[in-house]
Design a protein around this ligand. Structure first.
Ligand SMILES: *Cc1c(COP(=O)(O)O)cnc(C)c1O
Length: 437
């Protein structure tokens, strides 16, 4: 039972029983590029972009889909998002530099983040970035100064916090009152931020943004968030807020395990747009430009991590450890968020599951476990078996580290039987490049 729903759309099993993605046999990919290896399926990546663009635009043509870079970005994939007509969220000077490097349409770039530095704000203002999403009073003052000394007026949104719990992991919840993100509506800080932004001579307040957290498997938090923030917007009209733009953020869920059945882009579109249009009507607000910011839901399903099995350790009556050549260095999510994943043996996908195994990494931490219990065919220590972990396209590589000085894995983009290396494997030399003797 191949868990098809968590693998890229082009995934199949060939006659040899090998996992094939984008027309490329993963056993061949492992031989050519080595392991650990991250595989991105071009068709799935573009398919996810298109389904968000289409499902939102057919209900509400005045929508921008901005991909949240922090889920995973490099110049090659940023170019794909530009080609697909998406906008781009960045949260650091580094992500902004990628957008600049490929000449991403700057009017579609949004700069988020809870503590942007003066240097980052200067980088963005000088480049004439589309929008900066202000997150604090500190940033409001700093950006006014930066824009003033650049002699420009910067288009901005304010990030507000609606005090809504989206029922996801505590570490990925952002829109509740006790959060480092945004101006809380409940405390009056959001209202004060609107007053200050309206009064700032070099800031041009275009609208409001909120982001509740991620992944959000329910639709109700979006409906509630849209209601609270639009009601706040209406209450700020006399203070000079003209809501031309409105962003309910990202956080759209994906299936990590076979049993998960998250809402579709159409479901999210229906909930957000339905609530937004009804509320604007009720409150007498003009319909704003809508921006949504999926990250995980675009990159996540497109990526598969491929590892080679090394040591197999059976502790009788306790646990069977199957160790792979990657781990928490390339995927910290299980250790950080107790994230759950599926796995298949990529070189014999059709073999029957016989043993419950724990897939451990090679890092010197007991917490370096990728999957706690997964049913797999019998695995020996012959070194032939490859483990493929799907739904690995988001928040794995971007959070990768060089812990234990393990080099970070390469990334290939597969499409119609072609594999294009879009990031090479790090070498030991790369790791020492910045060290000064
Ligand atoms: C992280 C983030 C997103 C994307 O979240 P996903 O769960 O990857 O969709 C969108 N907007 C903002 C402001 C974010 O910080």
């Amino acid at each position: 039972m191949f868990p098809r729903n968590v693998f890229p759309t082009t995934s199949e099993v060939n006659e040899a029983g090998h996992l094939v993605i984008g027309g490329c046999d993963t056993v061949d990919l492992a031989a050519e590029f080595g392991t650990p290896l991250y595989i991105f399926d071009d068709a799935t990546l573009r398919g996810r972009c298109r389904s968000f663009v289409q499902e939102f635009n057919k209900r509400y043509p005045n929508t921008t889909v901005a991909y949240a870079s922090k889920a995973y970005v490099n110049p090659a994939v940023a170019q794909i998002f530009a080609d697909e007509g998406l906008g781009l969220d960045v949260v650091s000077g580094g992500e902004l530099a990628v957008a600049q490097a490929i000449n991403f349409p700057k009017e579609l770039v949004y700069f988020h983040g809870s503590n942007k530095t003066a240097a980052e704000l200067e980088q963005a203002v000088e480049w004439k970035i589309g929008r900066i999403v202000i997150d604090s009073f500190h940033e409001l003052g700093l950006l006014e100064e930066v824009a003033a000394s650049a002699g420009t007026s910067q288009d901005v949104l304010l990030r507000v916090s609606p005090s809504i719990d989206p029922h996801t992991h505590e570490k990925t919840t952002t829109g509740v009152l006790d959060s480092k993100f945004g101006f809380a509506i409940e405390t009056g800080h959001a209202a004060e931020a609107v007053r200050q932004a309206v009064a700032a001579p070099h800031l041009n307040l275009k609208g409001l943004h909120f982001h509740l957290g991620s992944p959000i498997f329910e639709l109700q938090p979006y409906r509630d968030g849209v209601e609270v923030v639009l009601e706040f917007a209406a209450s700020m009209r006399e203070e000079g807020l003209d809501l031309q733009e409105f962003s309910p953020g990202g956080g759209f869920a994906i299936a990590y395990t076979a049993d998960q059945n998250p809402p579709t882009p159409a479901d999210y579109a229906e909930a957000i747009i339905g609530t937004m249009t009804a509320e604007c009507d009720r409150l007498g607000l003009d319909l704003p430009h809508l921006t949504i910011e999926p990250g995980r839901a675009i990159a996540g399903p497109a990526g598969v991590a491929l590892y080679r099995v090394g040591a197999v350790k059976e502790i009788p009556g306790v646990r069977r450890y199957v160790s792979v050549d990657g781990g928490m260095g390339d995927n910290i999510r299980p250790a950080l968020y107790d994230a759950a994943y599926e796995a298949v043996v990529a070189n014999r996908v059709n073999d029957r599951g016989e043993q419950v195994a724990t897939i451990a990494g090679k890092y010197c931490e007991s917490g370096d476990v990728l999957i706690k219990d997964v049913l797999l065919p019998a695995i020996d220590g012959s070194g032939k078996d490859l483990i493929a972990i799907p739904a690995s396209g988001a928040y794995c590589i971007p959070m990768a580290s060089n812990y234990n000085l393990n080099p970070k894995p390469p990334i290939v983009l597969v499409n119609n039987g072609q594999a294009r290396l879009i990031r090479r494997r790090e070498t030991f030399q790369d790791q020492m490049l910045l060290d000064v003797a």
